[in-house]
Design a protein around this ligand. Structure first.
Ligand code: NAD
Length: 297
């Protein structure tokens, strides 16, 4: 087994767990770590080598994947106390598949490079459904040779891999995608609530949207199964969505782009996340709008 067939994986949550399962199914040997005990147990049960820390997961690997909540946590997992970078060999490659902040990713890349470690950003879209089916979309940023080196690993988890530019470019486009996605979901939920107040059947509204120009990914795959059903469990936390839109809004600000819709979306999702708590799914934006739609400016 060549070294690149042994992969370290830190962050075995809603996405990382099925992604690592697909790596194992593709005959990679996966050394995994997560803080949470249920994630550890589920990873061991699916055939992964469970390690006691991120540093232990990185031992003996030349490719280390992170699938963690945000940039600060990725940085701490790599460079903090007992960080994984200390266990990586000179020439190793870190693949940050989390939805991190692009400018922080560039800074992290510079710091890792001083230790002889390369970094690419390779965030994903497709949600839990495609993480399970191994059909994610990856948007990768970094040196072409490093992306090429990661391809066998990425191909085991994804149907499509876009090389989108220099380090941080993947994280930038991911944050921008999630802004567009969140705006589509919030707009659709607002339409449902106004239509309902008018006496329309919400399922009929969804059918009309999906046969009309208002159709988007949320109207297509989220409204009926996760909103109208009342389950609100699509598998992507509202706090993570709020973080992604904040990342996009911060990027716009840093670049001097004044985007009113983006600013408003960042504020709306932040308020919804604070109101509904850390366990809320992003599809619960409908509940927030239903309860407080007269209070959102
Ligand atoms: P999650 O909260 O389910 O998983 C994150 C995991 O990281 C948890 O199991 C947590 O215990 C673990 N963790 C946190 N800090 C850690 C640390 N210091 N060391 C080790 N483990 C630690 O989140 P998720 O939904 O799997 O999302 C992961 C990333 O992927 C996020 O950046 C998110 O924005 C992004 N993302 C999620 C989805 C989705 O649909 N859920 C889709 C695309 C991208």
């Amino acid at each position: 087994m060549s070294d690149d067939r042994v992969v370290g994986f830190i962050g075995l949550g809603q996405m990382g767990l099925p992604m690592s399962r697909n790596l194992i199914a593709a005959d990679f040997s996966v050394r995994g770590y997560d803080l949470a005990e249920p994630a550890q147990a589920a990873f061991a049960a699916q055939g992964g080598t469970l390690c006691a820390s991120g540093a232990a997961a990185a031992e003996g690997t030349d490719i280390l994947i992170t699938m963690l909540p945000n940039s600060a946590i990725v940085r701490a997992a790599l460079l903090g106390a007992d960080g994984a970078a200390a266990s990586l060999r000179d020439g190793a490659l870190v693949v940050d598949m989390s939805s991190s902040a692009p400018l922080e990713t560039r800074e992290l890349g510079r710091e890792l490079a001083t230790r002889g470690i390369a970094l690419i950003d390779a965030p994903v879209s497709g949600g839990v459904r495609r993480a399970v089916s191994g059909k994610l979309t990856v948007m990768a940023g970094g040196a072409a040779a490093d992306i090429a080196r990661a391809r066998p690993v990425l191909d085991a988890m994804a149907a499509t891999v876009f090389a989108v530019g220099a380090l941080g470019a993947g994280h930038a486009v991911k944050a921008l995608n999630n802004y567009v996605s969140a705006a589509g979901l919030a707009a659709a939920c607002e339409a449902l609530l106004v239509g309902r107040a008018f006496g329309l059947d919400e399922a009929v509204i969804v059918d009309v949207l999906n046969a009309s120009t208002g159709r988007n990914n949320s109207t297509d795959v989220k409204l009926k199964p996760f909103v109208l059903s009342g389950s609100f469990d699509a598998g992507f936390a509202m706090a993570l969505m709020a973080k992604d839109i904040r990342t996009a809004a911060d990027l716009a600000e840093r670049l001097g782009s004044d985007m009113p819709g983006l600013k408003r979306a960042a504020a709306l999702w932040q308020r919804a996340s604070a109101a509904l708590g850390k366990d809320a799914d992003h599809t619960a934006i409908y509940r927030f709008l239903a309860d407080r739609h007269d209070d959102v400016d």
